[in-house]
Write a protein that binds this ligand. Structure first.
Ligand code: AMP
Ligand code: MG
Length: 484
């Protein structure tokens, strides 16, 4: 379809008008297309050719709107690093409405009523990171928002170090409602009425099967708990760290949103912290499932006017077991084992592996890729060659061999399972950094190449074979700044 044929659903304006702001974006100077994403085009049935038109640039830049689209920003609240902030909101994101159930949003479109001290802008660096990472997550089957395109410009913003060029990324999500949106609505004057409207909206968008059910708000919560437990298990399995798991960055649709100082862990370290403002490690790798559980408890509290809070809290007891089940099932797959077939979860083997990975200092995801390509147990030096200390992994292989024998698993069978879950390429921060550096000099080729790698992580990308190697030590497990 052409841009002007896209059918836009506007569905938020039945909320109390104090809960959003109708506004126009503030365009950037001399916008240039950096990249567009064909997979995302397919999701909204947009012809690829449309993305090379001036009209598309104008749409991203907020100069033109889609037919029927009315732009707005939303208010929300949230717990940031454990402390309640009564008013946040889309400080730099503007919503355009939904196409094919994908809610379009431009991030970096200028100040809104909710910008507080911020300039409403997003720098190129952060837009490239979000654009590529959300696609990488999707390719690993991790629930996430998607991204349609990025523009760069001759407008500049001041960040920590220097002036940086401003950009806009068009993101798409099944919902932009956050736990923090409920926290805000729970504190409004007509809180019960507002919460009901918001919950009905979320159910209609994301849990339509619950629409006519009894106790539908409780059931919405239970579904979100299930989805979040699954999402967290997948984060942990691939070593993804979000970096800022505040309740305003937690989606009611159970997808990963608001990419900031995230990272895929390079070398395994259970206490890894990727956000340099998180000195105490509230959002460290190991803490992530616990924080997600805490965030859901905050939601249970925000819903208490329309739900039986005790029931919600009772259901929260299933969160950790659910999370653990999915985690163990997937970790078994990463080892080529079938937990169900063997009748046990191989928990000891997995825990021993995590300890061995940590002490041997081997790249976490590279380990699994190398294991997938192991020809026989006589060949484990092809893996231990990548370890700083070889002993722990060598010892772990003794345990692994035993489990494989007991569970009657052969190498062909294991490789078949592993090659579906252990990709050759995982997008690491140092790769994004290379793409960003080139993009700053006006060369967007690596952004586009990384997008292809992110979307096809199991395929060969011969020109970029080096990205399948362990992260160079000097770039491993670095902490990133929140500024974006
Ligand atoms: P984050 O943790 O990046 O999701 O941001 C937290 C809050 O700050 C959100 O409400 C954002 O909209 C807002 N924010 C972040 N950066 C800016 C900016 N440059 N201008 C305005 N608001 C911002
Ligand atoms: Mg946010």
């Amino acid at each position: 379809m052409k841009l002007n044929e896209l059918k836009v659903d506007m569905d938020y304006f039945h909320m109390d008008e104090k809960l959003y702001e109708r506004l126009k974006p503030t365009p950037l100077k001399n916008p240039k297309l950096v990249s567009f994403n064909k997979q995302a085009c397919d999701l909204i049935n947009l012809d690829y050719k449309e993305c090379e038109t001036q009209e598309f640039l104008d749409l991203l830049n907020g100069v033109k709107t889609l037919e029927n689209s009315k732009t707005y920003s939303m208010v929300y609240a949230g717990h940031q690093f454990g402390y309640f902030v009564p008013q946040l909101g889309d400080g730099r994101a503007i919503n355009l409405g939904a196409v094919n159930s994908w809610h379009l949003q431009t991030k970096g479109s200028g100040p809104t009523k909710y910008s507080r001290q911020g300039d409403g802008r997003a720098v190129l660096r952060s837009s490239i990171r979000e654009y590529i990472m959300s696609e990488a997550m999707h390719a690993l089957d991790i629930p996430t928002t998607r991204a349609l395109a990025i523009i760069n410009s001759d407008t500049f913003a001041h960040r920590e170090w220097e002036k940086e060029s401003c950009s806009i990324v068009m993101r798409m999500s099944p919902s932009w409602i956050r736990i923090g949106t409920f926290e805000f609505f729970a504190k409004t004057k007509n809180s019960k009425e507002n919460l009901i409207k918001l919950a009905d909206y979320v159910i209609e968008q994301n849990y339509p099967h619950l629409k006519d059910e009894d106790k539908k708000y409780e059931k919405m919560f239970y579904s979100l708990v299930d989805k979040t437990a699954l999402m967290l298990a997948k984060w942990q399995v691939y070593g993804f760290m979000h970096g800022v798991m505040n309740t305003d960055n937690f989606s009611m649709a159970g997808v990963t949103i608001d990419y900031g100082p995230f990272a895929f862990m390079d070398y395994f370290d259970k206490n890894c912290i990727c956000n340099h403002t998180d000195a105490e490690g509230r959002y460290s790798y190991n803490n992530q499932p616990y924080v997600a559980r805490w965030n859901l408890i905050v939601l249970a509290n925000a819903l208490k006017e329309i739900c039986d809070e005790d029931k919600l809290l009772e259901y929260m007891k299933t969160f950790m077991p659910q999370h653990e089940n999915v985690y163990l099932e997937l970790m078994n797959k990463r080892l080529g084992l079938v937990a169900v077939k063997s009748g046990n979860s191989n928990l000891d083997l997995i825990l021993e592996l995590l300890g061995a990975l940590e002490t041997s200092k081997i790249d976490y995801n590279v380990f699994f890729y190398k294991l997938t390509n192991l020809k026989s147990f006589d060949d484990i030096s092809s893996i231990t060659d990548f370890c700083v200390f070889t002993d722990p992994i060598q010892k772990w292989f003794d345990s692994y061999k035993k489990v494989c024998e007991i569970q009657d698993s052969n190498i062909e069978e294991r490789n078949e399972i592993m090659k579906r879950v252990n990709p050759k390429y995982i997008i690491k921060n140092y790769m994004l950094q290379e793409a960003i550096q080139l993009a700053h000099s006006g060369d967007y080729s690596l952004v586009n190449d990384l997008l292809k790698i992110a979307q096809n992580p199991y395929a060969e990308h011969l020109k970029y074979d080096r990205y399948a190697n362990p992260t160079p030590m000097e770039f491993a497990n670095l902490k990133l700044s929140c500024s974006s």
